[in-house]
Design a protein. Structure first.
Length: 44
């Protein structure tokens, strides 16, 4: 688990330069992810 601040920043930058509605929607949702934590599950 890690703080999502860097991921949110990346999504917001991508949303500014993208013409894709889906990426812009994810970027807008990411703005409200204050203090969220993100993690990945790796499997073989």
């Amino acid at each position: 688990m890690f703080n999502s601040t860097q991921m949110v920043n990346l999504l917001q930058k991508e949303g500014k330069v993208s013409n894709t509605a889906a990426i812009q929607a994810v970027s807008n949702l990411a703005k409200s992810a204050n203090g969220a934590r993100v993690g990945f599950e790796l499997t073989k």
